[in-house]
Write a protein that binds this ligand. Structure first.
Ligand code: GLU
Ligand code: ZN
Length: 302
């Protein structure tokens, strides 16, 4: 195999049409570039994860015909995340942030997209507080998350579809959490650790997460540096999202409509695949399509 790609759904709901399009892209890239396919269940958000969704995602993928070469689930990898956190903490890349949501809102500017750009208030405290060996759930501190000290520099990166980007995460969002107040690993942290550890060479996902990429590159570089390993940047491709007839992104309600509901209503896998391939603009009619034909259609577009 020439590399490894992953499909990484979060089990906070059942699969919907958006996931199905991502999956088609992932399996299309795997076919085109001869990649190993890894299924990663991203259940880092303990509050929103449900076992029924984890089981449902795997069953629905099987029902649709998607086969994968390996599998992991983030909740079984907590020691690995803790080990990486310890390495970052040893090198002084992590600090506790006790700011409340209210304080964060009141004390920091926002980006054009409405995102808080954390100004690093708690960094000042960081040097006077020593993180406990196991990574910092120190009992002397009030509730806090652990933030990553992002290096202030421009990251130049290229998206396979969208072209070149120059972004400085320090200016876009500032230091971001790697573990939240409840002790959950954050998406940014778990995804970086997993992509490195699982030797992912190709990352294909929806355009809605594009602005995480520079952050993930920055964090991955630092993780590699503190672990004394080389960093090989993966190929990134962010695909367009499915839009409705008027060209708008799918609404919450449409996204909540799951493949499972359609399956239970007796709609065939081919009908569902055809609908998604049609909505994504890869075929002119809303007609059924076999999985391998759907994959081929998208593979030719890459
Ligand atoms: N778990 C994320 C999601 O379901 C995808 C993460 C990624 O591909 O980097 O939206
Ligand atoms: Zn803070």
């Amino acid at each position: 195999m020439a590399g490894k790609i992953r499909f990484a759904p979060s089990p906070t709901g059942y699969l919907h049409e958006g996931h199905l399009l991502s999956a088609l892209y992932v399996w299309a890239a795997a076919k085109k570039w001869n990649l190993h396919v890894h299924l990663r269940i991203e259940d880092h958000d303990r509050g929103r994860t449900r076992q029924a969704y984890i089981d449902g995602i795997r069953e629905d993928l099987e029902w649709l015909g998607f086969e994968y070469d390996s599998y992991s689930i983030q909740s079984e990898r907590t020691e690995i995340y803790q080990g990486v956190l310890n390495k970052l903490a040893e090198q002084n890349y992590v600090y506790p942030c006790t700011c409340s949501r209210k304080q964060l809102e009141a004390e920091n500017p926002k980006s054009e997209t409405g995102e808080i750009i954390y100004q690093g208030k708690c960094r000042i405290l960081a040097d006077s507080l020593k993180l406990k060996e196991e990574g910092g759930s120190g009992s002397i501190l009030p509730p806090h998350n652990l933030r990553f000290k992002i290096v202030d520099k421009v990251i130049n990166w290229t998206d396979y579809r969208l072209g070149d980007f120059s972004e400085n995460p320090a200016k876009q969002c500032g230091d971001f959490p790697i573990q939240d107040r409840e002790g959950c690993w954050t998406y940014q942290f778990a995804v970086c650790v997993d992509d490195l550890d699982q030797e992912i060479t190709h990352i294909i996902r929806g355009e809605d997460i594009r602005n995480s990429t520079a952050r993930q590159i920055a964090l991955s570089e630092t993780i590699c540096q503190v672990s004394g390993r080389p960093y090989n940047r993966p190929l990134y491709l962010h695909h367009a999202l499915i839009v409705d007839a008027s060209g708008k992104k799918l609404s919450k309600r449409e996204l909540a409509h799951s493949i499972r509901q359609d399956k239970e209503a007796g709609i065939s896998a081919e009908t569902l695949l055809g609908r998604v391939v049609f909505k994504a603009g890869f075929q002119n009619e809303d007609s059924p399509i076999a999985l391998h034909d759907a994959i081929d259609k998208i593979a030719t577009s890459l």
